[in-house]
Design a protein around this ligand. Structure first.
Ligand code: WT7
Length: 637
């Protein structure tokens, strides 16, 4: 039997959801249930039908028209909430700014006016490559206001990654900054952008936010400073009502090949999904809570639970630019204390670091405002879960372990904080209205406890609508393995109570510190270096980051291996993909383990990387060298 934690009594007594009646409502009539949720948004034209089409072709809230920015801003100001703080921005270097809903609406309209003057129209794509500054959500909402789609590229990605994403989406405008602060240093975003736009590019205009004051090159006719281009005086730019299925944004994520996928999210369904789950999962009280999702907006967690979910609910959030250990290891707890944060949502990797640094950093601050804690992005080990609940939450706060993906748009599995007795490490149950099922290898739902694959059997409002420019990849990736089902790529276990445990990816996708990286991307970055003949990459388990990237490399004849080359290759991967994709270890080997038909045996490399017994290697073409490789891997670990 696993360790079970019922909702803390005080929390349960006040929780907004205390029973499973929402689940029952959804089971009884799923469409009516989602229609009711959608009606908590403001529709310019009411929808005629709730859902049409199957999983590969779903359309939600058909015939309806709405605007996401209107729903996140105007309607709250019209309801008299203009003075409520939307964001407490906590920047690096002691920069701080609290922005009300009225101020946010004003700035969004001014930026929308600028984008409109630059020719941005409904359906266009705008790339955004910014640090965690208020201009980031402002730019996203300005796009949404015009019916244009944003494509936010994480500021830690390289020039090459930015270029690939801009080209794939055909972005006409790029919004970036002169740089971003990180741990006291500066990330040269504008230099990266210049490199990404060199030569042929679809980008016609670049807006540059002044953040660091660093000297940057401004290209005549193309680049303009944001503070000069955006009008200083208020302008009224109407929110354009768009079809419920209008593209709201693209967000690129790693698949099993070297080319990232442009995951497509549309307006009505996505907004319904994230608005509802923000209320349910976090027991959100928009008038009193201070909500802090400590992700970066460059990832889906930030899109859904820093921007659209909280704003659609008129909540007050913290927008945090920094890192957990700069200037001190108490940075998070200082922020919690300063703003009286009530709900904290972060990644298991961060929690494991906090745990390693010791409870004195938490204890140095008054964090008694916290009433609920959430995690996302990777499996959380029970020890970290218990530490989070006891040390950070003082035993008063329920912990919600939320499973979802870039593709699902919003949360799908989690304990409900006032209902379920949580089990450390377990994502528990589907939220109401989602048809999540664990199936065996033939696609049959498991009849009882056991291990299988996580699938979703009906369309859900926030689901991805496609892969930009590649409908075939959309069908192949998600709907081919189990016909009639969406396959998430994760393995899952059902326990004796019917609760769901996520076992991790079953494809060649790694999860490093909650970030998704494909083995193929890193391999392709490695072989793009002249010294490398062949590379194989695997994720091995790592105490802090969940998984770490382990690379096995064979060199071209004339190159010498050695510490210098290892460093050169790590830097090279950082340059091609971004620092998060740098391999933790690189082992040089004259040969990679292959089957007799020439296929690289990743399973074996994973065993080597994790120091497991190699077992039977007789199917290998080159069995002898494996023993040597595993000895060297042990030495490198
Ligand atoms: C993959 C999705 C969800 C936003 C951040 C990551 C893993 C996510 C959990 C969890 C175990 C989790 C899965 C999933 N994952 N949440 N609570 N427990 N694993 O989004 O980059 O699209 O990655 O993250 O493997 O497939 P993403």
């Amino acid at each position: 039997m696993s360790d079970v934690h019922p909702p803390p009594a005080d929390f349960a007594a006040r929780a907004q959801i205390r029973d499973t009646s929402l689940h029952e409502e959804a089971l009884a009539d799923r469409e009516a249930f989602w229609a009711r949720q959608a009606r908590s948004l403001d529709w310019a034209t009411p929808f005629e039908r709730t859902v049409e089409g199957d999983l590969t072709d779903a359309r939600w809230f058909v015939g309806g028209e709405l605007n996401a920015a209107y729903n996140c801003l105007d309607r709250h100001v019209e309801a008299g909430l203009g003075d409520r703080v939307a964001y407490h921005w906590e920047g690096e270097n002691d920069d701080r700014r609290s922005i009300t809903y009225a101020q946010l609406l004003d700035e969004v309209q001014r930026v929308a006016a600028t984008l409109r003057d630059l020719g941005v129209r409904r359906g266009d794509r705008v790339a955004i490559y910014l640090p965690m500054v208020p201009e980031l959500p402002v730019s996203m909402l300005a796009c949404a206001r015009l019916g244009a789609a944003h494509s936010v590229v994480f500021g830690g990605f390289s020039a090459t990654s930015l270029r690939d994403r801009i080209e794939d989406a055909g972005c006409r405008v790029l919004i970036t900054a002169d740089g971003g602060f990180r741990r006291g240093g500066v990330v040269p975003l504008k230099d990266n952008a210049d490199e990404a736009l060199a030569g042929d590019t679809p980008v016609e205009h670049v807006l540059v936010v002044r953040r660091t004051g660093a000297e940057v090159r401004m290209q005549d006719g193309r680049d303009r400073w944001y503070h000069e281009a955006v009008p200083a005086e208020p302008v009224a730019i109407p929110a354009v009502p768009v079809d419920s299925e209008q593209l709201l944004f693209l967000l690129y994520t790693s698949g099993t090949t070297a080319k990232p996928k442009g995951v497509m999210h549309t307006t009505g369904g996505y907004l319904t999904h994230v608005a509802a789950t923000t209320r349910w999962t976090f027991d959100l009280r928009p008038d009193t809570d201070v909500f802090w999702c400590a992700a970066d907006i460059g990832w889906v967690t930030g899109h859904s639970y820093i921007v659209y979910g909280p704003l659609a609910n008129a909540a007050t959030s913290v927008l945090f630019e920094g890192t957990p250990d700069h200037p001190g290891r108490d940075r998070f707890w200082e922020v919690v204390e300063r703003y009286g944060v009530t709900i904290l949502y972060t990644a298991p990797t961060a929690i494991r670091s906090f745990m390693k640094w010791g409870r004195e950093h938490v204890d140095a601050h008054d964090v008694s405002s916290l009433r609920l804690l959430g995690t996302v992005g990777e499996p959380i080990n029970p020890a970290a879960w218990v530490w989070y609940r006891d040390v950070v939450g003082g035993g008063r706060c329920p912990v919600v372990d939320t499973w979802w993906q870039t593709e699902t748009g919003g949360q799908m599995l989690t304990p409900l904080p006032g209902v379920h007795a949580a089990k450390p490490g377990c994502a528990m149950q589907p939220l109401p209205g989602f048809g999540v099922e664990v199936v065996d290898e033939h696609g049959q739902p498991l009849p009882g406890p056991g291990d299988g694959y996580l699938t979703i059997r009906q369309p859900w409002p926030g689901m991805l609508r496609g892969v930009w420019g590649d409908p075939q990849r959309f069908r192949d990736t998600y709907f081919s393995r189990f016909p009639g089902r969406y396959f998430a790529g994760d393995g899952a276990r059902i326990d004796e109570d019917g609760d769901i445990w996520i076992l991790g990816r079953v494809d060649d996708v790694m999860n490093v510190a909650g970030h998704r990286i494909s083995t193929a991307e890193v391999e392709s970055a490695l072989v793009s270096h002249e010294a490398v003949a062949e590379a194989a990459v695997v994720g091995r388990s790592d105490e802090t980051s969940g998984q770490a990237i382990a690379a096995f490399v064979t060199l071209r004849g004339e190159h010498d291996d050695g510490a210098d080359l290892e460093q050169t290759l790590r830097t090279h991967v950082g340059k091609v993909l971004g620092p998060i994709a740098k391999p933790k270890t690189i082992l040089f080997t004259p040969d990679l383990p292959k089957t007799r038909s020439g296929k690289i045996m990743r399973r074996l490399l994973r065993d080597i990387a994790e120091g497991r017994d190699l077992g039977d290697t007789t199917t290998l073409a080159n069995a002898e060298m494996m023993t040597e490789l595993s000895e060297r891997a042990a030495a490198a670990r």
